[in-house]
Design a protein around this ligand. Structure first.
Ligand SMILES: Cc1cc2nc3c(=O)[nH]c(=O)nc-3n(C[C@H](O)[C@H](O)[C@H](O)COP(=O)(O)OP(=O)(O)OC[C@H]3O[C@@H](n4cnc5c(N)ncnc54)[C@H](O)[C@@H]3O)c2cc1C
Length: 383
């Protein structure tokens, strides 16, 4: 029947693109809907790069998903015949007892993940771009990599379409309702679709119109990112072949991350705070310039951490984190709508997991056992 689908995916950021790809590989009538085009600069998935790492300081409870995601990222790269993964390795630096160092070691040991422990002199020898205080420690994970984020997301959409998925870009879903045992999906263009199952992956917008039951559990926040170019003569130090993706936890708990330039679209090293400079905001507040006091703060840190980078960022932009109360994920089944699943509130670290989360959601919505357990990300944990 026209306009009737097995699965409709609402929102095609990385989580939705991955879900559409995995769902289309498992069943035949699949549709993805997004309010904007295939690439846009709103929400959370914008930009050219994201970090993938498995020595996860956040906890070994993410390991099953990480291992599955790693396999699927590699599968995507192989089928796409273009480089999507840049194998830079990853270095996670901080005081010995910091969450980043102690947590990364714990998960690496637990998951038998290849890693090395570097002291201050090894950090300065192996990664001379860093100007680190004596006494700092690092965990080096050779298997960590940078994902070409935009290319990878487009490739997932391509794969989904190759497997027979349909897409409807430029239409915002304004209403979801039960219709018998199906779910009716209505867009602002007046289109109406029926689905046996709906998977809502609408990022920071997920509780607006779509799943208000999640409203109390998530907070969209605007977070800035910056790009710094190397000083003349120091370009090689920061090239992807020499400069790993990194996390750096300061003594005061501030956590910075960074990625070398991996595509021509974004030049310079991308650097941002993971846990500072957050502003609760509506995801519809677009194109707000980054506050000058934030630029000043990051400039002084980068100046001392990377003396061979230019002092001021060449570019600063805002992106969105959708935070849950415990900074983990919200993934599960609606308590109100029939056969409606969701994945959001990825609390600023969900990109790397998208293929595994999408695969598990596609399984659940077709009545299959999920490829990875998602139960610990259920909203029920806050009941
Ligand atoms: C600066 C920054 C750096 C990050 N770095 C990393 C990293 O290195 N590694 C990592 O793992 N994670 C990282 N993250 C987190 C990661 O990017 C996010 O967890 C991920 O992108 C979330 O994707 P999403 O698909 O859930 O949301 P979004 O990307 O926001 O996608 C939601 C989509 O839904 C659409 N939509 C919304 N409402 C509707 C509607 N009503 N109808 C139709 N469509 C709708 C939107 O148009 C959008 O396309 C970072 C995030 C930021 C902001």
């Amino acid at each position: 029947m026209k306009n009737t689908y097995d699965i409709i995916v609402v929102g095609l950021g990385v989580m939705g693109a991955a879900t559409l790809w995995r769902a289309a590989s498992k069943c035949s009538r699949v549709l993805g809907v997004d309010a904007y085009g295939p690439t846009h600069s709103y929400g959370s998935s914008q930009g050219s790069s994201r970090i993938f790492r498995r020595a996860y300081w956040e906890g070994d409870n993410y390991l099953q998903l990480l291992n599955h995601a790693d396999l699927l990222w590699n599968e995507l790269e192989q089928t796409s015949q273009q480089q999507l993964l840049f194998r830079t390795g990853g270095i996670f630096i901080g005081p010995q007892s910091s969450r980043v160092v102690a947590g990364s070691i714990r998960t690496a040991v637990q998951g038998a993940i290849e890693h090395e422990l570097w002291d201050w002199s090894k950090i300065t020898n192996r990664s001379p771009a860093f100007n680190i205080k004596r006494g700092a420690q690092a965990v080096y994970e050779p298997g960590a990599y940078a994902i070409a984020a935009c290319d990878a997301r487009l490739e997932m959409l391509n794969e989904a379409v190759k497997h027979g998925a349909s897409t409807d870009f430029g239409h915002r879903v304004v209403h979801l309702e039960n219709d018998g045992s199906d779910v009716r999906v209505t867009t602002n263009g007046g289109r109406s679709y029926l689905a046996r199952s709906v998977i809502v992956t609408a990022g920071p917008w997920i509780a607006d119109n779509l799943l208000p039951e999640l409203k109390q559990l998530l907070e969209p926040r605007r977070v800035p990112i910056y790009w710094f170019t190397p000083k003349v003569g120091f370009e090689k130090l920061f090239a992807a072949e020499h400069f790993p993706v990194f996390l750096y936890e300061r003594e005061d708990g501030a956590l910075l991350y960074g990625v070398p330039s991996i595509t021509g679209n974004e030049t310079g090293v991308k650097i941002g705070f993971h846990n500072r400079q957050h502003t609760p905001a509506s995801p519809d507040c677009k194109a707000i310039p980054v506050q000058q006091r934030y630029v000043t703060e990051i400039t002084s840190i980068v100046e001392s951490l990377f003396p061979a980078l230019e002092r001021s960022p060449t570019k600063a932009a805002n992106c969105f984190y959708t935070m849950s109360p415990d900074e983990s994920f919200l993934i599960g089944k609606s308590k109100i709508l029939e056969s409606t699943y969701f994945a959001s509130a990825c609390s600023g670290h969900g990109f790397k997991f998208a293929p595994a989360i999408g695969d598990a959601l596609a399984d659940l919505s077709t009545g299959q056992p999920a490829s990875s357990s998602l139960s610990e990300f259920s909203a029920n944990r806050f009941d």
